[in-house]
Design a protein around this ligand. Sequence first.
Ligand code: GAL
Length: 726
Amino acid sequence: MKRLAFSLALLCLTLGAAAQVTAGTAKFKVGDQPAWSNPAFDDSAWQTLSLDKDWTMQGIRNPNNFAWYRIHVVIPSSLKKAAVTSGMVLLDLGPVDDADETWFNGQPVGKTGHFPADPEGFSGNWQKPRHYLVSPRQVRWDKDNVIAVRVYNGGDPGGFYQREVRIGEPELANLAELTVGAENGKARIVLTSRTKLSGELRLETTDVLTDTQTGSETRRVRIVPGKETVVTVPIQDGNRLSAIYYDDRFDDLIAGSYSAPYILTPQAPATPRYNGPLVFGVRPGSPVIFRLAFSGDKPMKYAVEGLPAGVKLDPDKGVLSGSVAEAGDYPLVLIARNEKGEARAEFTLKVGAKIALTPPMGWNSWNCWGLSVSQEKVMSSATALINRGLADYGYAYMNIDDAWEAEERAPDGSIVTNEKFPDIKGLADWLHANGLKMGIYSSPGDRTCGGYLGTIGHEQQDAETWNAWGVDYLKYDWCGYSKVFNADPDKSVAAYVRPYLKMQQYLRQQPRDIFYSLCQYGMADVWKWGHAVDANSWRTTGDITDTWASLYNIGFQRQTELYPYAGPGHWNDPDMLVVGKVGWSNSLRDSRLTPDEQYTHISLWALLAANMLIGCDMAQMDDFTFNLLCNNEVNAVNQDILGIQAHRDVEEDGFQIWSRPLADGTLAVGIFNLNDSSAHVDLAGCLAKIGLEDVKNVRDLWRQKDIPASTCIIPSHGVRLLKVRR
Ligand code: GAL
């Protein structure tokens, strides 16, 4: 592996930058007219926008609509020689939010995503850099050239947002693509190109757990435009295939890799086993909605000892319902029986002022369905939550994110759902009957981030409507409120707190417990005042996505100082999980995180006492993802009743050690290898670094096995999650 990395770096150094010209601004207009693709069109009256900021940041609100950019650029003839030699000129537009169609000097050159009127229906691709190719003959050398970009924005922000447009000589990576995926237990390498190419494909497989090479080969390949060159190779679980294509003509390479999943969680026993939280908080008089989380063979019969008056148990479903008038701690014994045996768990029902005594566990629609969420999709994931057994591990909230709202309020001003949610009350009733809970999303502003109606001026009415529907969780997202904020000269912390205080007042007047989830990306150090508005959690950062860079930034870099602010009833929220099938749209794909990155993700969220909201389509959950989310010993760290968030104890040479004390006197310890290569790690040495010498017992929580504190291998971006008894 080392040798490979070295040759890669060397090549990058010797290649040098390709000749190019850039443009940082464009003429811009909201609307949509075919004539705007014409280079001769007079756009001098249009406004000028910068291309490195989205249009929302430049004061334009234009959700679910078209707008055009016309980029004027003089292309110098000094670029001509290189363009003629490679036969192409690259228009490197960077990413565009969300879908675009582009013309160069009046000729169509490409399209990314689909518009609402397309037969496929709208699908954006806001993260993908647009690389369109034109022939040198289409260029007006030393003269004005016009790149006309028709953009459809499915919810603000919209448009160009990252950087200037670059025009020049293409590199191999702009012309050819190498992707590696899996199909029927084999790794599948797909090469495509927009020009004829030939070169060498080098393949190497490594077992990530033992860090040994398990195979290597080199093949000659040809790539023809319009056709996929496909190579398949067998791959074992826990192996990583790295593929590098070296091109003869360009003397350059493109590379990709695929890591086959491997399951560490041992299979759950057939006998009942309790996997849920050991406490549950409810306010006096509020509905108790709680599902007993026992794994094991079904059918099961449930019983509870010590139930207070007012609460009853459905013995077939294991669902508690009713309410308790008197505040107090009610010790219960939860019992489940099946053909194979019986299990009992000691549990406390805490009736009092506090809810969310352990971090919320459940699902949210955003990371999978984005704005395409519907009642049907929520039901399908809820059914899978039960049938697949995730509910047996304590996952209970089914949270609908943005895009449930109708275009307009009812004549009496009340908020209503759109056609995708024909019966939201019915959905809540069904969830409650199954011991699950329903969450909803809104904004204190006039609009949500997706451009849907917010609560402004209707806060009390909306809180009452949600209560009537049976809402148990509100994610309240700043977004459109920035207009109110920007118009007010007051920029003190109080100005950030105000909208959340207002909703707190109305939420807490409702006769049910509504988990209050603040979403304003960490502004004004929300963790310092979130508890003062009785929030149960607050997002600490912007949105997460399924890349290592995002996970690293949000999970590791942005959480280190936040541990003092979390505790039973109020949690730091580093955003939803990005494992399983995600996509933020109607089209889903497997998370791009490697299996080790996913183990790191879940381990870190367990240590951080973070909200555990699954972000994938549960109806399509594979065994790897299920086992990742349903390891009872790992989840017990997240749900530990002390609620102490982990502290980062060590950061050294790309390794980090985080630890948190648990209620049983042990310590949960995560040793993370954030390097790009796997490492041999001396566990005893690591534990000594955090003051744990001569420990009595070390347990590997993913493998659910006691282990010696000896040397082990931690794969790149991977983790050892331990429970240590002193
Ligand atoms: C973002 C928020 C996301 C999602 C989205 C919906 O601001 O951070 O988690 O809720 O809005 O439009």
